[in-house]
Design a protein. Structure first.
Length: 263
C-alpha cells in the first residue's frame, strides 16, 4: 500500500497545478449536469403576514398596445421613405406573415388627388403596387376620363394611390376592426406626408378608417372630410367589374371630382 503524501509534497503539487491554470476540481466519475439541474430545490415560497408559506406570484408579461405602438412609430417618420421603413419593421400585424410584399403606394406623392383603396389582392401583392391587373386598368381609364394619370409627374394631373392595409390578408378576407385600428396611424401619417388637396375613398374600408362610416353604396358621391381634407367616397373598380351597371354612378362621382378640382 502506498504511503500517504507528505504534507509539504502535496502542497507543492497543488501550487504547481495552480501555476498551470487549474482552477476547478473534477470527480473521478462523470457528472450528469442535467440531473443536477433537475435536483436543484425550488425556491422557497415567501411567508405571508399569517406566517404561512405561499407560492411566488407569477411574473406578469408586459401588455402590448399595437395601435399605441403604431402611433409612436408613425410619428417618427418625417418623409415617405421613413414611413415605409417604419411599416416594414412594425412587428404586430400578422397579415405581413402571409404576404409576399408590402404594398405602400404608387403614383406621384404630392399630387392634388390621393386615392385610398382597401387592401391588396393577390396580383397587387405579387407586384408590390396598388391597383394592378384588370381593376388597375379600369381605374386608369376612369382617371383618364377626367384628365388624371397616375404616371404623370405634374401635381395637377398626377394621382397618388395607397391602401388602408399594406399587406394582403389570407383569402382576401375583410379586415378586422383591430387590424384597421392598428394600421390607421400609418395611414393618417401617410396622408399628412403626401399632402393631397382631395382624398378619394374607394370602398368601405377607407370610409370606415377615415370617416368612421360604412355602407359605400349609400356614402358614394357624398363629400365628407378626413383629417381636414375634402373626401369623396367612391365604388371600388373591382365592384364595377362585377356590376357594370354601377359605372353610371361612378361617372357622376368622377365628374364631381373634376368639378371640385376645377373650382
Amino acid at each position: 500500500m502506498e504511503s500517504a503524501l507528505d504534507y509539504h509534497v502535496a502542497l507543492a503539487m497543488l501550487d504547481w497545478q495552480l501555476e498551470l491554470g487549474v482552477d476547478e476540481t473534477l470527480y473521478e466519475a462523470p457528472i450528469n449536469r442535467n440531473d443536477l439541474q433537475q435536483a436543484q430545490p425550488k425556491p422557497a415560497a415567501a411567508a405571508g403576514p399569517d406566517g404561512k408559506r405561499r407560492a411566488p406570484a407569477p411574473v406578469a408579461k408586459p401588455k402590448v398596445d399595437p395601435p399605441a405602438e403604431a402611433r409612436a412609430a408613425a410619428a417618427t417618420a418625417n418623409d415617405l421613405p421613413s414611413l415605409r421603413a417604419a411599416l416594414e419593421t412594425f412587428p404586430h400585424c400578422e397579415l405581413k406573415q402571409g404576404a409576399r410584399s408590402l404594398v405602400f403606394g404608387d403614383g406621384l406623392a404630392g399630387a392634388r388627388v390621393m386615392i385610398v383603396g382597401e387592401a391588396p389582392n393577390r396580383e397587387e401583392d405579387r407586384a408590390g403596387k396598388p391597383y394592378v391587373g384588370p381593376q388597375g386598368t379600369l381605374l386608369d381609364k376612369m382617371l383618364a376620363a377626367i384628365d388624371l394619370d397616375r404616371g404623370s409627374q405634374d401635381r395637377d394631373s398626377g394621382v397618388y394611390i395607397t391602401t388602408v392595409l399594406p399587406w394582403r390578408g389570407p383569402t382576401n378576407r375583410d379586415a378586422s376592426p383591430a387590424e384597421i385600428a392598428m394600421m390607421k396611424p400609418f395611414l393618417e401619417r401617410h396622408i399628412q406626408l403626401a399632402k393631397p388637396d382631395v382624398l378619394v375613398l374607394m370602398g368601405n374600408l377607407p370610409c370606415q378608417a377615415l370617416l368612421a362610416k360604412r355602407g359605400i353604396s349609400r356614402l358614394r358621391g357624398q363629400w365628407g372630410e378626413a383629417l381636414g381634407i375634402p373626401a369623396l367616397p367612391m365604388l371600388e373598380p373591382q365592384r364595377l367589374l362585377r356590376n357594370p351597371a354601377a359605372k353610371r354612378d361612378t361617372w357622376a362621382d368622377l365628374l364631381a371630382l373634376r368639378a371640385h378640382l376645377n373650382g
